[in-house]
Unconditional design. Structure first.
Lengths: 405, 364
C-alpha cells in the first residue's frame, strides 16, 4: 500500500515536471558584439544598453508569450579579431540571429555571415556592407544616403548658381565610402560642385583649412565623420567668424553633417559654435517631445538608465537593432515556422509591409532587393542648444544609383 | 660529457660537437618528445570550441612573429618598432594574390604552403630593405628607421585602392587531402599546421645559433667593432638579421590571413608592433623559449583583462571610461614591472626551474 502511494506520488511529480516544461517555452539565442569600451564606445556603450533593455522588455512583457530571447552581449573594444572570436562563440552556442557593430568587423565577417547563412543587423550603415551580401540587414538609411540627402538638400535650398561644396570626412573606409556615392550623384546630374575633399587628421586647429576653403569660394561643408573633429572645426569657424548665421549666408560657410557627426555629444563638445549646424539622422530624438520619445524615455527609466543614455540617439539605435530580430521572430511564430536563421532571413526578406518603431522617424521595411530598413532621414538643426527637426527627406539620387547598380 | 647519458650532474664537454647537441641528456630529449606528443594529442581529447581554438591559433601565430623579432632584437640587438608591418607584408602578399587571382584560386586554396613560404620571402625582402640603413645607423636611430617603415606601410595600405584602403580583403578556404577545410575543422586544422611551422622554425633557430651565422648575430650585438675585427661584416650581419626577422614575420602574416580568412589594416598597426616588442621583453629577449612564453603571457593577459573590463563596464559610469583604460593600463604596468624586476623575462624563471630540477635532490 505504501509502495503504491509512492509510485502514484512519483507519477504525479513526473507529470508536473512535464507540464511545467511544456509551458516553459522556447529560448531563442542571439548575440551582440560591439564596442562597449575602447574606441567609439561613446556610441557603442549606450547602443548596447538599448539592445539589452529592449530584450529585457520583450521578456518582461511576454511579447513572445512563453518564449524568451536570450541575447549575449560581448564587448569587442572595436577590434575585429575580438569580434570574430565572439561570433565563433555565438555560433557554437547556436544563435539564430546576430547583431554586429563596426564597419570594419561587418566587412571582415561578411563572408562568414554568408557561409553560415546568419541574418545579421550591424550598427554600421556603410553602403558597402550590402555588396555581395544576402544576410546583412542595415537598420536605417546608409551613410551614403545621409550624405547624398544632405547634398540634395543643399542643391534644393541654395540660391544663385551651383553651390560650391567641400566634403570633410574621416580618414578611413567609413569616411570615404559615401564620397564615391556623392560624386556618382553629381555625375548623375546633382547640380553641385565638389571643390575639395578633406580627410581630417587629429588637428587641434582648423584655421588654415577653413581659410583655404574660403579662398576657394566654398559655401557649404558636408561632414561625414565623428563629433570631435566637427566640434573643433565649428569652434574655429566661430572664432574666425566664417560660420553662416543662416542657411547659405553669402561669404560664409554653412556646416552640415551625417549621422555620427551630430547629436547631444556635438553640442556638449562645440557649445554655441554648434548653433545652426544641420544634421541628418533616421532616429527620433527625445528633444522632439512626441509619443515616440516618451516611449524611449519610459524604457530607459524602467531599466534605470541615466539621462545621458536615455536621451542618446545611440540608445535609440540599440533599441531598433534589437527590435528588428524581435519582429522577425514574431512573424516567424505567427506563420507557424520554426525560429531559425533560415526562417528569420525569410521573414526579413518578406517584410515589405514593415513595422513602426518608436526609435525611428519612418517605418522599417525590407525586401529581397532592399536590405535597408528606414529610408527616411530627418534633417535636424541645432537651435538653442538642442537639435530640432526641420525637414524629412529621402534621397532620390541614392535610389537612382542603386537602381543602376 | 657526463658518463650517465640520462642524467647530467654538470657540464662536462670534451668536444665542441658535444656542446652543440640540441639536447644535453636523453631525459631532456624524452621530455621534449613527450611534450610534442602532448601538443599534438590534446585537441583529440579536449574540445575547446572554436572560440578558444581561435585564441590558441592566435598565440601560435604571435609565437612565429616573436621568434623573428627575437632574432633581430634579442640576438642581434637591433630594436625594431615596425615588426607588425613586416607581418602585414606577409598577410598582404596572400591578400594581393586573392585580389588579382580571386579568393578561390588554386594558389590560395590548394597551394597554401607555397604561398606561406612566398609570403615569408616577401617579408625577408622588405626586411632586408628596411635593414639597409643599418650600414650607417645604430641604436635608436635605426629604431626610428623601422618606425618610418611602419608609418609608410600604414599609409600605403590605408590609401591604395588595390589594398581596399585597409578594409578587409577576403581569403578563401583551403583544401587538405581530406577535402575543403570547413568551419567545423578550420581552427583545429590551422592549429596543427601552425604547430608544425612553429616546431620547424624553432629547430631552425636552435640550429642557426650553433652556426657561424647565428654566432655572428650575437657577436655583432655584444660588440660590433670586435666582431668586425674578428672578420665579420657588422653591416651585412644586421641586414641579414632584418631579413631573417622579416621572413618569420611574413610567415606569421600569411598564417594570420588564412586563420582570419581576411586581411584588414587594423591588425598591423604601430600598436601591434609595440605588442610584439612587449611579448619579446616579457618572454625574455635573446632566448628561444622566451619567444614562446611572451606571446602566451601577453595574449592570455589580454583575454583576462578583456573579461574584467567587460564586467567593469556594466558597473562603472560610462563617463569615467575606466573600463576602457584598464587594458592599456595593465599592459603598460606588466611591461614596467618586468623591466624593473625581471628584465630577463619569463625565460629566466624557466632557467631557474630547470637548474633546480637538475640539482635535485642535492642543494648544490
Amino acid at each position: 500500500m505504501k509502495e503504491t502511494r509512492m509510485v502514484r506520488g512519483l507519477m504525479v511529480l513526473v507529470l508536473l515536471v512535464f507540464a511545467v516544461s511544456a509551458h516553459a517555452g522556447e529560448v531563442y539565442k542571439l548575440g551582440f558584439s560591439g564596442a562597449i569600451t575602447g574606441p567609439t564606445s561613446d556610441a557603442g556603450n549606450p547602443l548596447s544598453k538599448g539592445i539589452e533593455d529592449w530584450f529585457k522588455y520583450v521578456n518582461d512583457t511576454k511579447m513572445l508569450g512563453d518564449d524568451k530571447i536570450e541575447c549575449t552581449i560581448r564587448d569587442d573594444q572595436y577590434k575585429t579579431d575580438v569580434t570574430k572570436r565572439n561570433f565563433e562563440e555565438y555560433l557554437d552556442e547556436g544563435i539564430v540571429f546576430y547583431l554586429n557593430y563596426s564597419t570594419g568587423s561587418t566587412l571582415g565577417l561578411k563572408m562568414d555571415f554568408e557561409e553560415e547563412m546568419m541574418p545579421t543587423v550591424p550598427s554600421s550603415y556603410h553602403e558597402g556592407n550590402l555588396v555581395n551580401s544576402n544576410y546583412i540587414f542595415i537598420p536605417v538609411a546608409t551613410y551614403s544616403e545621409n550624405m547624398v540627402a544632405l547634398a540634395e538638400y543643399v542643391t534644393k535650398n541654395h540660391k544663385g548658381g551651383t553651390p560650391k561644396v567641400a566634403l570633410f570626412i574621416h580618414p578611413s573606409a567609413f569616411g570615404r565610402g559615401p564620397v564615391d556615392d556623392t560624386k556618382k550623384a553629381v555625375a548623375a546630374g546633382l547640380d553641385m560642385d565638389i571643390v575639395e575633399v578633406v580627410e581630417h587628421g587629429k588637428d587641434l586647429d582648423n584655421s588654415a583649412m577653413l581659410k583655404r576653403l574660403m579662398s576657394k569660394g566654398v559655401q557649404y561643408v558636408i561632414c561625414h565623420t565623428v563629433q570631435s573633429p566637427v566640434a573643433t572645426m565649428l569652434k574655429d569657424a566661430m572664432r574666425l567668424n566664417v560660420n553662416a548665421k543662416s542657411f547659405g549666408e553669402e561669404g560664409k560657410l554653412t556646416f552640415l553633417g551625417a549621422h555620427y557627426t551630430g547629436g547631444a555629444d556635438l553640442i556638449a563638445l562645440a557649445g554655441d559654435a554648434a548653433e545652426g549646424f544641420l544634421w541628418t539622422c533616421s532616429y527620433n530624438l527625445t528633444t522632439e517631445d512626441n509619443e515616440k520619445s516618451k516611449k524611449q524615455l519610459e524604457l530607459a527609466k524602467k531599466y534605470g538608465r541615466d539621462d545621458k543614455a536615455a536621451n542618446s540617439h545611440n540608445y535609440a539605435a540599440g533599441i531598433l537593432q534589437a527590435q528588428i530580430p524581435t519582429e522577425a521572430i514574431l512573424r516567424a511564430k505567427k506563420a507557424g515556422l520554426e525560429v531559425n536563421p533560415e526562417n528569420l532571413t525569410k521573414m526579413l526578406n518578406d517584410m515589405a509591409n514593415g513595422f513602426d518603431s518608436f526609435a525611428t522617424v519612418g517605418p522599417v521595411t525590407y525586401s529581397k532587393d532592399d536590405h535597408v530598413g528606414v529610408d527616411v532621414v530627418n534633417i535636424y538643426k541645432a537651435d538653442g542648444g538642442v537639435f530640432k527637426a526641420i525637414n524629412s527627406i529621402e534621397s532620390e539620387y541614392m535610389k537612382k544609383l542603386r537602381a543602376g547598380m | 660529457m657526463s658518463q650517465n647519458r640520462w642524467l647530467a650532474t654538470g657540464n662536462f664537454y670534451t668536444t665542441y660537437r658535444e656542446e652543440q647537441r640540441t639536447f644535453s641528456t636523453h631525459l631532456d630529449r624524452t621530455i621534449f618528445t613527450l611534450f610534442l606528443v602532448l601538443l599534438f594529442a590534446w585537441p583529440m581529447f579536449f574540445d575547446l570550441g572554436n572560440k578558444y581554438m581561435f585564441v590558441v591559433d592566435n598565440i601560435l601565430i604571435a609565437i612565429v612573429a616573436v621568434m623573428g623579432l627575437n632574432l633581430v632584437t634579442g640576438f642581434a640587438g637591433l630594436i625594431s618598432i615596425g615588426h607588425a608591418a613586416f607581418v602585414g607584408i606577409g598577410a598582404y602578399t596572400v591578400a594581393s594574390v586573392c585580389r588579382t587571382m580571386g579568393t578561390s584560386h588554386e594558389l590560395v586554396t590548394h597551394f597554401w604552403p607555397l604561398l606561406i613560404v612566398l609570403s615569408g620571402l616577401m617579408g625577408a625582402i622588405f626586411g632586408g630593405l628596411v635593414g639597409l640603413p643599418a650600414f650607417r645607423l645604430k641604436h635608436l636611430y635605426l629604431a626610428i628607421a623601422t618606425l618610418s617603415f611602419q608609418m609608410i606601410f600604414q599609409w600605403v595600405i590605408n590609401f591604395m585602392t588595390f589594398f581596399n584602403q585597409g578594409q578587409t580583403i577576403s581569403i578563401g578556404r583551403v583544401y587538405w587531402i581530406t577535402g575543403k577545410v570547413g568551419r567545423g575543422d578550420h581552427y583545429e586544422f590551422w592549429y596543427y599546421a601552425i604547430l608544425v611551422i612553429v616546431i620547424l622554425l624553432g629547430f631552425g633557430i636552435r640550429n642557426l645559433l650553433k652556426t657561424k651565422y647565428g654566432r655572428a648575430l650575437v657577436a655583432v650585438r655584444d660588440n660590433d667593432r670586435a666582431a668586425d675585427a674578428m672578420g665579420m661584416h657588422p653591416g651585412l650581419t644586421k641586414v641579414y638579421a632584418f631579413a631573417l626577422a622579416g621572413f618569420f614575420a611574413g610567415v606569421a602574416g600569411a598564417l594570420h590571413a588564412y586563420v582570419f580568412r581576411g586581411v584588414g589594416f587594423e591588425s598591423f598597426t604601430l600598436h601591434e608592433s609595440v605588442s610584439y616588442l612587449a611579448m619579446a621583453i616579457v618572454g625574455g629577449l635573446g632566448t628561444l623559449n622566451g619567444s614562446f612564453w611572451g606571446p602566451v603571457a601577453i595574449r592570455m593577459l589580454d583575454l583576462q583583462v578583456e573579461h574584467l573590463s567587460e564586467a567593469a563596464a556594466s558597473y562603472l559610469p560610462q563617463g569615467t571610461n575606466l573600463a576602457t583604460a584598464s587594458k592599456p593600463l595593465t599592459f603598460g604596468l606588466v611591461i614596467v614591472l618586468f623591466l624593473m624586476f625581471e628584465p630577463r623575462g619569463i625565460a629566466n624563471w624557466w632557467r631557474i626551474t630547470k637548474s633546480y630540477t637538475k640539482l635535485w635532490p642535492f642543494r648544490y
